[in-house]
Design a protein around this ligand. Structure first.
Ligand code: ACO
Length: 430
């Protein structure tokens, strides 16, 4: 195979750009010598054309609508694996053997409790607090119990931090929810698996025995797997960026959660439900008017759950969820008028030239909220569920970044376009 070459011609001179070869997807042009040798920087808002790193965790083919973790197709992982199995794959690069999975699950199980002092922490929030605010705050707060694990270069401490984060996140999430509805916090149970335990802490009451519906547990397991990682998305890039300053794993993950909360990222699943609810409740908000608003360049409104920076095709996660939504609804609530509205909205949008020309398709958030609802979760918990799912991906990326000898502190340049130099004006003369 001949090595590829690229040459950049500029008025300041030419530069040979080494090609960073991928195993799949886009090759990279190594521009690291650009500023030093030619005095230019690249201009790429949102880093849409910029690879900030090499990675061997997740491959997304946006044109074909494919997603693979460590080479395994997301459809296969969703069908055959447990969430902790996928977490192991992301973190350690291989699917676990039965013995490795048992040991891994047991270790996670042994760290699910929160320190009793953390109860007072939850008590301090107003009942109306958004659970995402509590989740990221509590993630930072639990780091205060693990200062000995702060050193990013201590690989054993990193794994210990990872275990605690994965183990405690469902407890934090469930307690944030219990706080919001004024119910007592429920402790984890070691006889339950990861997903069952989370459902127990979410929905159990001390006054009666909990029954975990296996359909609900299986559905939540699939949903968490579908959210587990997705390359250099906004929250993962945030986790890496904060970690590049050698901030500890807890602090980096808490920052990623705040990025995820945004309605253009993980907050979209809540926004989709609100949009569909408006169509159901408000006679002025129809499927047609919603699509018309999304197309109007003078209206900032966007069709929530549609479009993606990478996918120019149907998001494979949305494809799994679309058929899964019917299955889950049949087994839980029976039907949901929201699913009908969602399907009508999808059909109309896909047939509309505006969405076709821009290659806008449903993303993972379009159907996930409908399933979360059917499983009994309120909309304000949807992004929290996304965060629990994405946690192994954040940790795997943080770990990869720390271990990568090419890593430097994230510090993009800018093209300055402001006033260059002005004489100072004293306050009385302004
Ligand atoms: N509704 C209407 N128009 C849209 C939408 C949408 N959902 N998404 C993109 N467009 C339009 C843009 O207005 C733009 O049109 P123009 O070329 O006429 O200006 C064009 O499509 C390209 O859009 P960009 O904003 O350049 O695409 P970008 O890659 O920057 O944004 C994003 C991707 C943020 C996901 C966007 O599609 C969006 O806002 N979607 C709605 C929110 C959403 O569902 N977010 C979840 C994403 S998945 C995730 O995070 C898990």
């Amino acid at each position: 195979m001949t090595e590829r070459e690229a040459t950049l011609h500029t008025d300041a001179g030419d530069l040979e750009l080494p090609v960073v070869e991928p195993t799949a997807g886009n090759a990279g042009l190594d521009i690291r010598r650009l500023r030093g040798e030619l005095g230019y920087v690249t201009f790429d808002p949102g880093f849409a054309n910029t690879a900030g790193t090499k990675s061997s965790i997740t491959y997304v083919d946006g044109a074909a609508g494919e997603l693979r973790h460590r080479g395994y197709r997301i459809e296969d992982l969703a069908e055959h694996c447990s969430f902790l199995e996928v977490a192991y794959l992301l973190l350690f690069g291989e699917l676990p053997t039965r013995a490795q999975l048992e040991a891994w699950s047991l270790e996670i199980k042994h760290h699910t409790l929160l320190s009793e002092e953390m109860k007072r922490f939850f008590d301090a929030f107003p009942r109306s607090a958004h659970p995402m605010a509590i989740l990221s705050s509590a993630t930072n707060a639990i780091s205060t119990f693990y200062e000995t694990y702060y050193n990013p270069s201590d690989s054993e401490a990193v794994i210990e931090s990872a275990k605690r984060l994965i183990a405690k996140m469902p407890t934090i999430a469930a307690w944030a929810y219990k706080k919001s509805i004024g119910q007592p916090y429920v402790y984890p149970r070691n006889d339950l698996d990861y997903v069952e335990n989370f459902l127990h802490m979410m929905f159990a009451l001390p006054v009666e025995e909990t029954k975990i519906d296996p359909v609900v547990a299986r559905a939540l397991n699939v949903l968490l797997i579908l959210h587990a990682d997705h390359g250099q998305n906004c929250s993962t890039a945030t986790v890496r960026s904060v970690g590049s300053a050698r901030a500890n794993l807890f602090a980096s993950v808490a920052a990623g959660m705040n990025a995820l909360w945004g309605p253009l990222h993980g907050g979209a699943n809540q926004a989709v439900i609100e949009m569909l609810q408006e169509i159901l409740d408000d006679p002025d908000a129809t499927v047609e008017s919603t699509i018309a608003r999304a197309k109007d360049p003078n209206d900032p409104f966007r069709l929530m759950g549609f479009g993606h920076r990478v996918y120019r095709n149907y998001d494979p996660r949305a494809k799994v969820l679309r058929s899964f939504a019917h299955e889950v609804l049949e087994r839980t609530s029976g039907t949901d008028p929201m699913l009908e509205v969602a399907q009508e909205l999808e059909a109309r949008a896909l047939a509309d030239p505006y969405f076709a020309e821009r290659k806008l398709f449903p993303n993972v958030d379009f159907y996930s909220g409908i399933i979360f609802r059917a499983l009994g979760f309120p909309p304000r918990m949807f992004t929290v569920l996304f965060a629990i799912g994405r946690l192994p991906g954040w940790i795997a990326n943080w770990k990869e970044m720390i271990e990568d000898p090419d890593t430097r502190i994230t510090r993009p340049r800018q093209v300055y376009v402001g006033i260059v130099d002005r004489p100072f004006v004293p306050i009385d003369r302004r």
